[in-house]
Design a protein around this ligand. Structure first.
Ligand code: 13P
Length: 257
């Protein structure tokens, strides 16, 4: 498999349903200084709630941070009360959209099929999907981790061509590690990341597998980031709780350098 050195690390902060607009602006002000010079080595992505995207788009002018939506609808417009479309997010300066987060799968009925449709919408709007996959504790304990993750990856990527997938970001987020303080060990993460990359190689080719970036997410903290990010197939982190504190998030980004 192609060397990880070809892949630029990507660390994203998924703020979930946290931070008002003034709080969001304060957080990026705090992040700018410590992260001003990491841009060449690590791509830093912030995924605030929808309502903070526009003010952050303005405030981030010239800063080395990309914006991401946390979700989108698969249609571009229409009678879908309460939903936000991919073209709307693109217009607010988003380069990425997270799709298929386990909270959306578990709490909002998202399926492999809707994740696939959303990824297509994101791509059609010229952004990059960050496609989340991961097993529950019951699935891990019944030895079904790789089967579940492979099903999710196959489902999400259905219909995409190699040249599209090469630019995608996948995020392995074991559900049992999210918000629990119990991260996957670096060996557990590496095993699943290597399996995902192997699957991409079988579905497409070695070039695509060597280029697609795979983040780990689930209780990433300053004290475990370096070890997780040091694994050959771990190309970055998708950070929840620790991304809400400037010092912690900056330390995780620096661990990727
Ligand atoms: O869900 C996550 C990122 O998308 C991970 O959340 P935590 O870092 O809070 O475990």
């Amino acid at each position: 498999m192609a060397a990880s050195a070809r892949r630029r690390k990507i660390v994203a902060g998924n703020w979930k349903m946290n931070k008002t607009v003034p709080e969001a602006l304060a957080l990026v002000r705090e992040l700018r200084g410590p992260l001003s010079s990491v841009g060449d080595v690590v791509e830093v992505v912030l995924a605030p709630p929808f309502v903070a995207l526009q003010p952050l788009h303005v405030a981030l002018e010239g800063a080395p941070f990309q914006l991401a939506g946390q979700n989108c609808h698969w249609e571009a417009s229409g009678a879908f009360t309460g939903e936000v479309s991919a073209p709307m997010l693109a217009e607010l300066g988003c380069a990425y959209v997270i799709v298929g987060h386990s909270e959306r799968r578990q709490l909002f009925g998202e399926t492999d099929e809707t994740v696939n449709k959303k990824a297509r919408a994101v791509r059609d709007a010229k952004m990059t999907p960050i496609i989340c996959v991961g097993e529950t504790l019951v699935e891990r304990e019944s030895d079904r981790t790789l089967e579940v993750v492979e099903r999710q990856v196959r489902g999400a990527l259905a219909g995409f061509e190699a040249k599209e997938v090469a630019g995608f970001v996948l995020a392995y987020e074991p559900v049992w590690a999210i918000g629990t303080g119990r991260n996957a060990s670096s060996a557990q993460a590496q095993e699943v990341h290597a399996a995902i990359r192997g699957l991409v190689g079988r579905l497409y080719d070695g070039e695509t597998a060597g280029r697609v970036r795979i983040q780990y997410g689930g209780s990433v903290k300053p004290d475990n980031a370096a070890e997780l990010l040091g694994q050959p197939d771990v190309d970055g982190a998708l950070v929840g709780g620790a991304s809400l504190k400037a010092g912690d998030f900056a330390a995780i980004v620096k661990a990727a350098t």
